[in-house]
Design a protein around this ligand. Structure first.
Ligand code: GTP
Ligand code: MG
Length: 350
């Protein structure tokens, strides 16, 4: 199962710099606004100490990490929902991603043009969020009339429920609150999924800053899921090998961002070891059952599922070898209702 994360924000704030640091792809990061027009798409290996440890224990021929997709989207400006700047077209790219990294400039650099001329992280966040909310309101308006007439039909109970949720969302958006801040439950989210609303997606705010006192002053009252990161430095570090990093005593911090993406997307990692041939990490939604996770690996593992043999990473690491864990009877047989836990190592039996 692959999940994708869209990188958005005002022009010239460091979105492509982040994309390049994450993916090592050669993309244009020239110093002018609207440098990116068509989206850049790249796959990033999810860093995972547990996978490394399992590999040390199992010693497979091959180790395969799980991946996450990042999409670097064009900068957006005030009035974008009405077609300002590069206009509306970029919004369709945001519709397709599962989560958003919203890059906000908080670094000082006289030579790099800021669309709003001064540094003000909260103002910039509000500009971008307002555009997304306006677009969501527009989507809702388009859908409203049709839904309202459907809801009058007593047989269409779902339409009535949907109309109620949408009325609630409209109120929230008009009060300048993102849908993601509304605590909708899973059923409500399902009912309006087809509308592909933008502000329902979970967001991480990435404050692009060197972390000087003055810069940090600007980010004191920002929302949850805010990560300060110096993207220029991260890009430089991403180009160095482990030895050079060691010499400089520097550690890249970009992994924090990838891990936070997992957190906001409610994802877990499970592992397969395929008889010692290949140790591999996989991604699933929290709450997935054993057959559902089987289906991520191979359709047969879902359709012809009999049982799963499971040991959690923690237990395996404690016993230090597959053989010991097996001998002690620590590999459990689980049935089709078993909810897979983060860190489970699974052998699917069909
Ligand atoms: N000083 C400094 N410059 C930065 C930093 N991050 C990015 N830049 C510079 O800012 C300029 C724009 O960076 P990009 O990554 O292309 O910005 P973008 O958000 O993708 O811009 P658009 O595609 O035009 O929307 C480049 O010259 C970068 O080198 C930073 O942390 N500090
Ligand atoms: Mg760019």
């Amino acid at each position: 199962m692959n999940f994708s994360v869209g990188i958005i924000g005002l022009p010239n704030v460091g979105k492509s710099t982040l994309f390049k640091a994450l993916t090592q792809q050669e993309v244009d990061i020239s110093n002018y606004p609207f440098c990116t027009i068509d989206p850049n798409v790249g796959i990033v290996r999810v860093p995972d100490e547990r996978l490394d440890k399992i590999s040390q224990i199992v010693k497979p021929q091959k180790t395969t990490p799980t991946i996450i997709e990042f999409v670097d989207i064009a900068g957006l400006v005030k009035g974008a929902h009405k077609g300002e700047g590069l206009g509306n077209q970029f919004l369709s790219y945001i519709r397709e991603v599962d989560a958003i990294v919203h890059v906000v400039r908080s670094f000082e650099a006289a030579d790099i043009k800021h669309m709003e001329d001064t540094l003000d992280a909260q103002r910039d966040i509000d500009i971008v969020n307002t555009e997304l909310m306006m677009k969501d309101l527009e989507t809702i308006e388009k859908h409203w009339e049709k839904l309202e007439s459907e809801a009058k039909n007593p047989e269409k109970k779902e339409s009535k429920k949907e109309l109620e949720i949408i009325a609630k969302i409209k109120k929230s958006l008009n009060e300048e609150r993102l849908i993601s801040q509304m605590n909708l439950d899973q059923r409500e989210k399902e009912l309006i999924k087809h509308l592909n609303l933008l502000t329902i997606k979970p967001v991480i705010y990435l404050i692009n800053s060197r972390g000087t006192d003055k810069e940090l002053e600007l980010i004191k009252s920002l929302p949850d899921n805010t990560i300060p990161l110096d993207l220029k430095l991260e890009l430089e570090l991403s180009e160095l090998g482990p030895e050079e990093l060691n010499e400089l005593k520097m550690n890249p911090r970009i992994d924090v961002l990838i891990k936070t993406c997992y957190k906001i997307l409610d994802l877990i990692t499970f592992y397969t070891i395929k008889g010692g041939e290949e140790t591999r990490a996989w991604t699933a939604k929290i709450g997935s059952t054993a057959p559902q996770c089987g289906g991520i690996v191979h359709t047969d593992f879902e359709n012809r599922f009999i049982r799963a043999e499971v040991i959690n990473y923690k237990t395996l690491a404690e016993y230090g070898s597959w053989h010991n864990a097996h001998a002690k009877g620590l590999i459990r047989a689980e049935g089709k209702n078993y909810v897979v836990k983060d860190g489970d190592i699974i052998e699917f039996k069909i």
